[in-house]
Design a protein around this ligand. Sequence first.
Ligand code: ZN
Length: 473
Amino acid sequence: MIGAIHMRAFRKITAILVGKLVIIFSRIMGNQGTDFPGRLARRIYPAILQDLAMNIEKDIIVVTGTNGKTTTTNMIAGIIKENQNSYVHNRAGANMITGITTAFIQASNLSGQRRLDYALLETDEANVPLLLRELNPRILLITNFFRDQLDRYGELDHTINLIKDAVTGKDIELLLNADDPLMSHFQDQTGLHSWYYGFNDTNYDILDPAESREGRFCIVCGEELIYDRYHYAQLGNYHCPKCGNHNPAKQFAGGDLTMDPTIHFQINEMFITSPYQGFYNAYNIVAAVSLAKILDISDEIIREAILKVEPRAGRMERFMIARKPVVLILVKNPTGLNQSLSMLLQDPAEKNVFIALNDNAADGRDISWIWDAEVEVLSNENLGLQSFIGSGQRSGDIAVRAKYAGVPLEKIIIEPSLKYGIQLAVDRPSDRSYILCTYTALFECRKILSEMQKSAPHSLMEESNKRLPDSQE
Ligand SMILES: [Zn+2]
């Protein structure tokens, strides 16, 4: 018996030691090494995650959902940090159970005894049941369930049911999006304590149902839902004409929203200001703030933290135009451009890159910053660049920069018009297209892309496994 206990302790420490060494070694080799160390440690000592999770003194929090989990989790981390709490947090892109194990090993000391206040874990929806087999989180936060082009076999419905089954009977609280009709039934069907967050009416709501194509059917009876208004995509005020299913009551309600373009609004009685932009980020903020309120963190700390948490690599939006994924990214400065280009490098697909450079006051009149950025990434073989389109008021300058970065001349196109430039970026052969632009070109570019997406509806059957990198949500 004593021998067995010793053996267990020995394997645990070996697993931690090996995990830590592999993390260091992977870093030296230049990769993040996020999954492999955890996988190896689990092979040495399968209970490693369960054991290390016992060091969490306060709560384990799991964040899942289709969109926004990385941003939401980063915001929660910002709040927990501001509150002087210690925590373990897995990185975006390492959200399988192996990556989560790596994060725990990294945060642990060699004996595996280091106490931490919180574990803040981001994970894919499909991974939730597996995670709940090993961990006992206090709260599961679900941001939203968006159907994407991959959901041709109703996989999302399957996943929703898996999560519902996995939480049922557990001692867990749910924090859910009241405006997402795909999770309105969680409270009733699981019987668990469920908190709901969402938005009251805002000036940005859309009243035209043509704008939204997803999640329109009642999760309870299958009838088509009636919306009074949409806040963002399928998130909005809905009710079912057949069974009466409707938005659950919100404990945390966003209101008085202003986007100028950064976000200001009220959550219950608390005023919030954030450097983020876009309605989808307002949702991420409500989710993070609601969670912090449940953890009993003070309004001052929450407000201060939300003000400080900055978007990482500029904003990012995805479009699907004639079966090609197109990604719109705002770049404001050399750091932003570097971050965006290095993100492109992580995407192995063949790609067209469009950069619109304007020099209006809001962009900065001086465009010499493009020479400070590592545009050389464009000529990196691994980038898979097919065409480069320089556009905007200073299309020539950005094209010259690309030329000096080593992009072959035959791949470079100068097209000052945003519309024709984007058209080229979409039409020319590639697996996908990246549309980068400075601030004053952003709204025009987004409008062009939205219109193209509408007028070139995608038949999605061939879009098998082309997933975009998920580092930027
Ligand atoms: Zn119904």
